[in-house]
Design a protein around this ligand. Structure first.
Ligand SMILES: Cc1ncc(COP(=O)(O)O)c(C=O)c1O
Length: 363
C-alpha cells in the first residue's frame, strides 16, 4: 500500500487538525476524542464509542467487559492476526480455535458450535480482510447458550451485513486505527463500539486506571486512553472513508474481472448480502510462494496475511494442536496472497499486476 499518495491529497487538512490540537494544549481524552467516539458510533449504527490506545487494547477490554476472566475459554478463528489470540491470553483465558469457511475465510456457526463447552465465556468473530462473517447464524448459536459475541472489526470498518454495519452485529466490536487500516491514524489508536450503556460506563473506567471519578479507583484498570492528535487526524480521514471504500471496491472488481480467466487463481467471494470493504484484496493461488517471488522480482508489492495460523504458532505450542487440526485455516495460510490495494491505486497499475499474474501461470 502507498500511504504517501493519501498524504499528498489530504496533508494540508491533516496538518491543520494537528495544529489545532497543539493550540488547544489538550492531548488526552479531550474534545476531538469525544467527537470521534460519536462519529464512529454513528458510522457503526450503535450508541457508544470508547476511544482507546489500540485495537489490541480494544479486544482485551471488550473481553473483560463481557466477563472473560482467567481460566475461561474464548472461541476464535486460527486464521487471523495474532492480536486476536494474544488478547485472550492476556486475560489468562484459553483460546479455543474453530476452523474457518474456505470461501469467506471467516468463522461459521457450525465450526463455532463444535467448539462450545460449559467453559466458553465469549466468541470473537473476525471480519477478515474487510468481509463480515455470517453473523445472524453465529448470533443464533451464541444466544442459545447465552455466550457474548465480540466482533474483531479491526479490518472491516464500514462493511455491511444484510444492510447492517459491522460493529453493530455483536455485543461489542473492536476497531483498530493502525496506520495501514482503511481508517488509519498516524500512530496507534483503537475503539470499542457497543449499544450497552453498562459496558460503555465500565469501559470508560477500565481505560483510565479503573477510576470511576478522579482518584477514585474501583477496579484494576489500564492506561488505554485515546490521544487527541490521533483523534483529530482520524476525524479528517473519516470524511473520506466512504469514498475510499468505494474506490477499493472498484479496484477489487477490476482485479477480479481481469483475473477471472486465470484458472490457478480464486478471486474473493462476496456473499450477496455483504458489502466488502477490501482492507485486503486476497486471492488463493497454486504455487503461491513462486508467484510471490515472481511478483516481487517485478517490483509488485504482495504479502501473505497470515502465513502461520495461530494454532501452529509457537505461542500456542502448549495447546497441543498439530498440522491437520484446522485444515481450512492451514490451507488458506498456504494459498493466499494479497495484492496491492489502496484507494489511490490506478487502473493501469491493476492491469499490470493482473497481467503479471497471468504471465506467471501462462509460462
Ligand atoms: C484482525 C486484527 N485484530 C486485531 C488487530 C490489532 O489492532 P492494533 O494493531 O490496533 O492493536 C489487528 C491489526 O493490527 C488486526 O488486523
Amino acid at each position: 500500500m502507498d500511504l504517501g499518495a493519501q498524504y499528498a491529497a489530504i496533508g494540508a487538512e491533516i496538518r491543520e487538525a494537528v495544529t489545532g490540537v497543539m493550540a488547544s494544549q489538550q492531548f488526552v481524552l479531550g474534545r476531538q476524542g469525544a467527537a470521534l467516539e460519536e462519529e464512529i458510533a454513528a458510522l457503526c449504527g450503535v450508541r457508544h464509542g470508547i476511544g482507546l490506545a489500540s485495537g489490541t487494547d480494544a479486544l482485551i477490554l471488550a473481553l473483560r467487559a463481557v466477563g472473560v476472566a482467567a481460566g475461561d475459554e474464548v472461541i476464535l478463528p486460527p486464521f487471523t492476526f495474532v492480536a486476536t489470540g494474544s488478547a485472550v491470553s492476556a486475560l489468562g483465558a484459553q483460546p479455543v480455535f474453530a476452523d474457518i469457511d474456505p470461501a469467506t475465510f471467516n468463522l461459521t456457526a457450525t465450526t463455532i458450535s463444535q467448539r462450545i463447552t460449559s467453559r466458553t465465556r465469549a466468541i470473537i468473530v473476525v471480519h477478515l480482510y474487510g468481509l463480515a462473517a455470517d453473523m445472524d447464524a453465529i448470533r443464533e448459536v451464541a444466544a442459545r447458550r447465552k455466550i457474548p459475541v465480540v466482533e474483531d472489526n479491526a479490518q472491516a470498518i464500514g462493511a455491511t451485513y444484510k444492510g447492517r454495519p459491522t460493529g453493530a452485529l455483536g455485543d461489542a466490536a473492536c476497531i483498530s486505527f493502525y496506520p495501514t487500516k482503511n481508517l488509519g491514524a498516524y500512530g496507534d489508536a483503537g475503539m470499542i463500539v457497543t449499544n450497552s450503556g453498562e459496558m460503555d460506563a465500565r469501559l470508560r473506567t477500565l481505560r483510565n486506571h479503573g477510576q470511576a471519578s478522579r482518584y477514585d479507583s474501583v477496579e484494576p484498570g489500564w492506561n488505554s486512553r485515546l490521544d487527541e492528535i490521533q483523534a483529530a487526524i482520524l476525524r479528517v480521514k473519516l470524511r473520506y472513508l466512504k469514498e475510499w471504500e468505494r474506490r477499493r471496491r472498484l479496484h477489487a472488481a477490476q482485479y477480479s474481472k481481469l483475473l477471472s480467466g486465470v484458472t490457478q487463481v480464486t478471486t474473493p467471494h462476496i456473499p450477496e448480502h455483504c458489502e466488502h470493504v477490501f482492507h485486503q484484496y486476497t486471492i488463493r493461488v497454486v504455487r503461491r510462494d513462486e508467484l510471490q517471488k515472481f511478483l516481487t522480482d517485478r517490483k509488485i508489492g504482495n504479502a501473505v496475511y497470515y502465513p502461520i495460523p495461530l494454532h501452529l504458532q509457537r505461542i500456542y505450542a502448549g495447546l497441543g494442536h498439530r498440522t491437520g487440526s484446522f485444515p481450512n485455516a492451514e490451507q488458506a495460510a498456504a494459498e493466499v496472497v494479497s495484492l496491492p490495494m489502496f484507494p489511490e491505486l490506478r487502473e493501469e497499475q491493476i492491469e499490470r499486476v493482473a497481467k503479471t499474474i497471468a504471465e506467471f501461470y501462462g509460462r
